[in-house]
Design a protein. Structure first.
Length: 494
């Protein structure tokens, strides 16, 4: 006990000796210390008074200036904060935290380029300063320097679980803006894996979908392949001849391929060419085996929010390896992005039809159509509908007019499933009386379909199940029929 008392008295004696010397060296130091204590306790008025007294004794002390600037920063008096912080940095730029505080000052006053410079210096000064990295990224992003910002967000996210999801989310935004789409998707996937980023996961999913759609739009080519097995309860020659039905059921193998390539692509225009091929092989009814080759030359002019398009499609069809139909289609169209949810498409098609085995059906057709697409539930579903009118001019008996309607919905379901339900109605009225039945023919056709699809490997390989029902009613009974089709296909797209 005596040793402890001796130590205390000795310490007090030394302190009493040192205080006058210390006061002679810098009489403002004590006020500075009192100011720091008040600042840390959140008593900014008291802190300001103490720092003002300290600066009065020594106006060129960078530490006094620094803390006075920090105090004004806390009380949002940014002009005074800049005065004192700038003075401090001119006297001693190496004071720990000074670069960070200068960055925060310019961030608060929305001078993001200057703020970014100081936060970058602060991050270099202290590699473990997570907030310096985060704010460096945030201000670089706000200053439109997303390329450099992304790295700081990633570093902050890696160093702090608290910042994790938020940092990766902003990094994803930056990589997306810099058009580094693959890395952007990786960042958003990290957000989805972060248990502390529940509020950001839905937005991350939306960005992944949007980026993939943009990647697809920017890719100069696309490929699609569909191979499936189909049960058909009443084999017909749809889509080129719905009147020819067999009244027999059969299984068939269906192959469909399409590809296109943008030959010339600028900021506001696209010009390209494509090819599609359709093939069906019936197990028994070989006379209904259909082959179709469709070429496509297209051009688009993007005049936001409107896109003007034109396509020319020469095609040729074979029935059981015999030539059946030669067709040329010319289609100008207008697509209008009305708002973020609603898109409209208007088109006109002129078709020149040459039936090689039936001259009575050879002629031409004019068709106008309007279609609408409406996104719902944050893009998880969309409604679509359409209305069209066709005037087909051929021989006396084969000329007709037809109204087409369409209504459907596509919905994203759990387990990465997509369901599409649609219905079509066709009202077909022939211009003249049938030569055999001696009466004008009027048909009503109803088509309902449901499909369910899912990706099975990454984003390019999928499986597709389709069910459809068709009923054709006619005032000439021989043209009435029903059919059901069930198809299971493997799809590949790139």
């Amino acid at each position: 006990m005596r040793k402890i008392l001796c130590f205390v008295w000795t310490a007090l004696f030394l302190l009493m000796i040192a205080l006058p010397v210390y006061a002679e060296e810098d009489p403002g130091r004590a006020y500075y210390d009192f100011g720091v204590f008040a600042y840390e306790d959140g008593k900014y008025d008291a802190a300001e008074n103490h720092f003002a007294t300290a600066i009065g004794f020594n106006p060129d002390n960078p530490f006094y200036r620094h803390y006075m600037g920090r105090t004004y920063l806390k009380t949002e008096r940014y002009d005074k904060a800049e005065e004192h912080l700038s003075k401090a940095i001119s006297l001693n730029p190496d004071i720990p935290g000074l670069q960070y505080d200068m960055g925060m000052l310019f961030y608060k006053t929305e001078n993001y380029a200057k703020a970014a410079d100081f936060f970058v210096r602060a991050a270099r000064e202290d590699a473990n300063n997570v907030l310096a990295h985060y704010y460096a990224g945030l201000n670089l992003m706000k200053a439109q320097n997303c390329k450099d910002a992304a790295g700081y967000f990633v570093t902050a996210a890696q160093k702090s679980p608290t910042i994790g999801g938020n940092g990766y989310y902003y990094a994803g935004l930056c990589y997306q803006k810099a058009e580094d789409f693959d890395t952007a998707i990786q960042m958003f996937e990290k957000v989805k894996q972060d248990p502390n980023a529940e509020k950001l996961k839905e937005n991350a999913d939306k960005w992944i979908e949007a980026i993939k759609a943009k990647q697809k739009a920017l890719t100069p080519y696309s490929l699609y392949l569909k191979l499936g097995r189909r049960y058909d309860s009443n084999v017909t020659l749809d889509p080129i001849d719905s009147d020819r039905y067999s009244d027999k059921k059969d299984w068939n193998t269906v192959l469909y391929f399409s590809g296109r390539y943008d030959l010339f692509k600028g900021k506001n225009y696209t010009f390209g060419a494509g090819y599609s091929h359709y093939q069906s092989w019936y197990d028994s009814l070989n006379e209904y085996d259909l082959t179709g080759s469709i070429f496509n030359v297209y051009a688009m002019w993007h005049l936001s929010p409107v896109t003007l398009g034109f396509s020319y499609q020469p095609s040729y069809y074979w029935l059981d390896m015999d030539s059946y139909l030669r067709q040329h289609r010319f289609t100008p169209e207008v697509t209008w992005l009305i708002n973020a949810q609603l898109t409209a498409r208007f088109s006109y098609t002129y078709a020149d039809n040459g039936y090689l085995g039936d001259e009575t059906r050879t002629g031409h057709a004019n068709e106008i159509s309007a279609d609408l697409y409406y996104k719902m539930w944050d893009g998880k579903a969309y409604l679509f509908g359409g209305l069209g009118y066709e005037d087909n001019c051929a021989s006396w008996e084969q000329s007709y007019s037809q109204i087409r309607t369409l209504l459907g919905i596509s919905v994203n379901l759990p387990f990465e499933l997509t369901a599409v339900v649609s219905g079509n109605y066709f009202a077909k009225n022939y211009a003249h009386a049938d030569s055999i039945f001696l009466k004008e023919r009027n048909d009503d056709k109803y088509v309902g379909s449901v499909s369910l699809s899912r990706k099975v490997y990454e984003d390019w390989l999928g499986i597709l199940a389709e069910v459809s029902f068709t009923k054709n009613r006619s005032d000439i009974s021989v043209y009435e029929y029903e059919k059901n089709m069930i198809t299971l296909s493997l799809t590949a797209s790139y």
